[in-house]
Design a protein around this ligand. Structure first.
Ligand code: BES
Ligand code: ZN
Ligand code: ZN
Length: 468
């Protein structure tokens, strides 16, 4: 699908349908109220009504707020993909252009890599018509870059685990680096041994694929700030010897979603040509079983030097992140440090499937992030640390334990485990995002369709855009 911003004066297209958003208030004085009434259309959110003779698709919205426009645009595009129009047009203005682009691009997304006969919609072009193209051009290009980067993240989350394993993930990162003029450095087994990344290496030990630490960097001249991003890249999480039950193992290809988000974010930043230096660090690992697997009762020495008692091999993400966070902090002195991880089922229990859990020490940073996510149309909520929960990670034989000794507060204790590996000078620069629920879905919601959602890309791009 090709999306163009054009002037409504110059615009005329054959076999085009116009999409119009209607609130309950505006329905009462609609030009075609008579027909809309006949069809029983009440302008309810996410309902639609085709007026075929007028080449019009009417979409109900609760209010003109961006969240409603975005959702309605997603509903419209899904419906239009099965219709026989060649193009669709939306009237856009400054207030709604981003929501419409998000709705159309993200709501219209399909992952067809493994379909031998994908559906072929007749719809080819989307026209966003406006009175002044020059005025909206920047907002248009920016929204397209961010939505495309979100789709890029979804694409790689959705790739099957046999195809996207740690070495092929590194290849994919190198390809992105080449296309977007990023620096790229990949550490394999030998280098990771030299770096003493024993926690990360233990997790990947039973896999037939080599563990990789990937470092991408976007370095513009005279950057205003430096940002380090870290992503959990479990290309598959079987649980290891603390094996997951069969039903819980399905979808665990998505355990690389943090790493995929980090790649999507650096892609967006480099295409937006933002004036900030961004480093993306990915721990690409596969958590498997076998005679050489790491086990409950093992004690690992992390890169930082702290020893970790393993009591559950399914709490592997934090072991990988412990080493990658430590490496990242040694490699770059950054103004902000953000990690993205599908870290805990407990985060979903706490917040539901739709919301990213945000953890960290700086209230100011959490506040700024919350503002950015509201604007970007992603749901985030803060999960507060406290000193009592920290005690639940105490180990009798090592410096720290990889699981909590109590069944409550699992998302926060995982965040506190990561906090143990954040250097004192970086405490207020760091946020941890638990995207376990928000990164993947098996039923559509908002602009998300089956599979990876691209969680993190939109809110982080919005945050980074506004860095002063
Ligand atoms: N990758 C999982 C977390 C997860 C679960 C992500 C479901 C998405 C959907 C993580 O590695 C894990 O297994 N965590 C355990 C931790 C527990 C053993 C302390 C969990 O959440 O059950
Ligand atoms: Zn796990
Ligand atoms: Zn995991």
């Amino acid at each position: 699908m090709d999306i163009k911003l054009i002037s409504n004066e110059s615009y005329s297209a054959k076999n085009n349908i116009e999409v119009e958003f209607v609130t309950i208030e505006s329905l009462g004085h609609h030009k075609y109220l008579k027909y809309l009434n006949k069809s029983g259309f009440k302008a309810k959110q996410d309902t639609t009504c085709y007026l075929y003779e007028k080449d019009l698709l009417i979409c109900g919205i609760e209010t003109k707020d961006s969240e409603y426009i975005r959702s309605a645009a997603a509903v419209a595009i899904k419906s239009l993909k099965t219709a026989n129009y060649k193009s669709a047009s939306f009237t856009v203005e400054k207030e709604n252009i981003k929501s419409i682009i998000d709705g159309v691009v993200l709501g219209g997304y399909e992952f067809n890599k493994y379909k031998t006969q994908p559906s072929k919609p007749k719809l080819k072009n989307i026209y966003l018509t406006c009175t002044n193209v020059a005025q909206l051009k920047d907002a248009f290009e920016e929204a397209i870059i961010i939505a495309d980067a979100t789709c890029f993240t979804r694409d790689i989350v959705n790739i099957a685990p046999d195809e996207l394993n740690p070495p092929s993930f590194a290849k994919l990162a190198k390809k992105l680096a080449k296309e977007n003029s990023l620096e790229c450095n990949v550490l394999g087994h030998k280098e990771l041994k030299q770096e003493k990344c024993e926690a990360m290496l233990a997790v990947g030990r039973a896999s037939c694929h080599d563990t990789k630490l990937i470092h991408l960097a976007y370095k513009p001249k005279n950057p205003k700030k430096t940002i380090a991003l870290v992503g959990k890249g479990l290309t598959y999480d079987s649980g290891g010897l603390s094996l997951k039950p069969a039903t819980a193992m399905v979808t665990m290809k998505m355990d690389k979603a943090g790493a995929c988000a980090v790649l999507g974010i650096i892609k967006a930043v480099s295409e937006l040509k933002l004036d900030i230096e961004v480093h993306a660090f990915v721990g690409a690992v596969e958590n498997m079983i076998g005679g050489n697997a790491y086990k409950p009762d093992d004690v690992l020495t992390s890169r930082k030097g702290d020893t970790i008692e393993v009591r559950n091999t399914d709490a592997e993400g934090r072991l990988v992140l412990a080493d990658v966070l430590d490496y990242a902090q040694d490699k770059v002195k950054s103004d902000y440090l953000f990690d993205f991880a599908t870290l805990t089922g407990a985060c979903m229990v706490a917040l539901g499937q739709y919301t990213t859990g945000v953890m960290g020490h700086s209230s100011r940073l959490k506040h700024d992030l919350s503002k950015a996510s509201n604007k970007a149309g992603e749901l985030t909520a803060s999960l507060p640390f406290n000193k009592h929960l920290k005690k639940q990670l105490k180990s009798e034989i090592a410096d720290i334990c990889n699981i909590s000794n109590k069944p409550y507060g699992g998302a926060i204790t995982a965040g506190l485990f990561l906090d143990n590996f954040i250097k004192e000078e970086n405490k207020d620069k760091w946020l941890h995002f638990d995207i376990a629920g928000s990164a993947y879905t098996e039923s559509p919601w908002d602009v998300n369709v089956y599979g990876g959602t691209g969680a993190g890309v939109r809110f982080m791009s919005e945050f980074l855009k506004n860095i002063k």
